[in-house]
Design a protein. Structure first.
Length: 400
C-alpha cells in the first residue's frame, strides 16, 4: 500500500527533474528549444521513469531483467539528482528573495542564462560523479577483520576463524561475477567456519541469472567445518515494486527451489536449530524476526535457544537482524553474527540508520556477548553504494 501512496510524490519529483533539465538544455543550445526535440527527450525520460512499473508487470524474461536493472540504476540516480537539484534551487531561491538585499556580488550573473548553464553543469557533474562512484563501489568487496575473545573453553580448540557474510541478494543486481569475487575473498582468509546471516535471495528465485553456475561457485567455498546459513526477510518468494511489498493473506515464505539451491551450493540451512561443532562449540541459526519461514510460526526466544545447551561451551548465533541483543547476552550467547542493515547502503542512509539500530554496523560488546553486524555483500534496490562498503567479515575468536 505504501507504494500506492508514494506514487504521486514520485511522479511530482520526476516532473520537477524533467522541467529543470529541459530548462538547462534550452539554455545550453537552441536545438533543445525545438518542440519535437523536447518531446523526444520526454518520451525517453518517461520510459526510464516507468521502468520500475514495467519491470514489475513484465513476465520473467530477458526484457524484464533489463528493465529491472535499468530501474535499479535509475533509483540511485534519481535520489542524487533530487538531492543535488533541491540544494541548488534552494540556495538560488534564498539568494533571489530572502537574501536579495545583502548585495551578493555576481547576483545578476548567477540568475542569467550563463549562470543557469554553469549551475546546471556543476549539478550534472556532481550527479554523474556520485552515481558512477556508487556503481563502482558496489562491485568492490572489502574484507573487514575483527579479533574477539570468549572467556570459555572450546574443547581443544584455542581459536576459531569465522568468516561472516550476509545480504547476498542474489537476483537482478547480484550474480555470478560478484559471487566469484566473494568466494575468492572468503577462501583467502582460510576460514574454519563460514556463516551466511540471511538475505541470500532477493525475493524472486527466477531472478537468479544462472542458478546452476551460482551453486557451483558457492560450492567452491573452502571451510574446515562447513558453511551454515539462516534465512532473512528477503528469502521469500514475492514481487517487489520500488522496494515495497504488497499485503497477502498467504504466509510469505521461501520456495522449495531456494532450499534446493542451498543444498546444491553446499550450504547447511539452520531453521531455529543448532549444531555442535567438533564437540567444542554451538552454532545456532535463527529464523528471521519478521518472516520466520516455512514450518515455523514463531521463532524461539533467546532463553529457549540455550535451554538444551551446555552453556559452559561457547555459543555462536547467526541472526539476520541485530535484535534482542540484551536478551541474547542474558541467555548466555557469546557471539551474535548479523546482517540486514547494509549500513544504510547509500548516503544519507548510513546516517539515518543510526537512529533505528543499537548496532547499525560493526562491533558492539553487550556485557559478555560480542555482536558483529556486517554491511553485507550485495544490494537492495539502487545498484549503488555511497558512504558504505560491500564486505565480508573475518572474525578471529580466541577461547580462554
Amino acid at each position: 500500500m505504501a507504494a500506492i501512496y508514494l506514487a504521486p510524490f514520485y511522479l511530482l519529483v520526476c516532473v520537477y527533474i524533467l522541467l529543470r533539465s529541459l530548462h538547462w538544455f534550452q539554455v545550453l543550445h537552441t536545438v533543445f528549444q525545438n518542440v519535437w526535440v523536447c518531446r523526444g527527450i520526454g518520451l525517453v525520460y518517461l520510459f526510464v521513469v516507468f521502468s520500475i512499473l514495467i519491470a514489475f508487470m513484465a513476465p520473467a524474461s530477458g526484457f524484464r531483467r533489463f528493465m529491472k536493472l535499468l530501474s535499479n540504476y535509475w533509483l540511485g540516480v534519481l535520489m542524487y539528482t533530487l538531492m543535488t537539484l533541491g540544494i541548488a534551487d534552494g540556495l538560488r531561491l534564498l539568494l533571489k528573495y530572502p537574501l536579495r538585499n545583502l548585495g551578493f556580488p555576481g547576483r545578476e550573473l548567477l540568475f542569467s542564462n550563463m549562470g543557469t548553464a554553469v549551475v546546471g553543469a556543476v549539478c550534472a557533474v556532481i550527479i554523474s560523479t556520485v552515481s558512477i562512484y556508487g556503481v563502482l563501489s558496489a562491485g568492490n568487496i572489502h574484507t573487514t577483520k575483527y579479533n574477539i575473545s570468549v572467556d570459555k573453553k572450546a574443547g581443544n580448540m584455542k581459536e576459531l576463524n569465522v568468516v561472516l557474510v550476509a545480504d547476498l541478494h542474489l537476483g537482478y543486481n547480484i550474480g555470478c561475477k560478484q559471487m566469484e569475487q566473494m568466494t575468492e575473498k572468503i577462501n583467502e582468509q582460510k576460514p574454519d567456519l563460514v556463516v551466511v546471516a540471511g538475505d541470500i535471495f532477493d525475493n524472486e528465485y527466477e531472478a537468479l541469472d544462472d542458478p546452476e553456475k551460482l551453486a557451483e561457485i558457492l560450492r567452491g567455498i573452502r571451510s574446515k567445518y562447513g558453511v551454515y546459513a539462516c534465512y532473512g526477510n528477503h528469502d521469500i518468494q514475492e514481487k517487489i515494486l520500488a522496494g515495497f511489498t504488497f499485503g497477502s493473506k498467504e504466509k510469505k515464505e521461501s520456495t522449495p527451489e531456494m532450499d534446493e539451491f542451498l543444498e546444491k551450493a553446499g550450504i547447511t540451512l539452520l531453521r531455529d536449530e543448532y549444531v555442535l561443532i567438533d564437540d567444542s562449540l554451538y552454532l545456532y541459526g535463527r529464523p528471521d524476526y519478521e518472516r520466520p519461514g516455512r514450518g515455523i510460526d514463531k521463532r524461539k526466544t533467546p532463553q529457549e535457544i540455550t535451554e538444551g545447551m551446555d552453556v559452559s561451551l561457547p555459543v555462536l548465533v547467526i541472526d539476520h537482524e541485530p535484535r534482542e541483543l540484551q536478551e541474547l547476552a542474558d541467555a548466555g550467547v557469546d557471539v551474535d553474527l548479523c546482517g540486514h542493515t547494509h549500513d544504510g547502503q547509500v548516503f544519507p542512509g548510513n546516517i539515518v540508520i543510526r537512529f533505528f539500530w543499537e548496532n547499525k554496523c560493526g562491533y558492539l560488546k553487550k556485557e559478555n556477548m560480542h555482536n558483529i553486524v556486517t554491511s553485507g555483500v550485495g544490494l537492495f534496490g539502487p545498484n549503488m553504494r555511497v558512504g558504505t562498503k560491500s564486505e565480508i567479515c573475518d572474525v578471529s575468536i580466541c577461547f580462554n
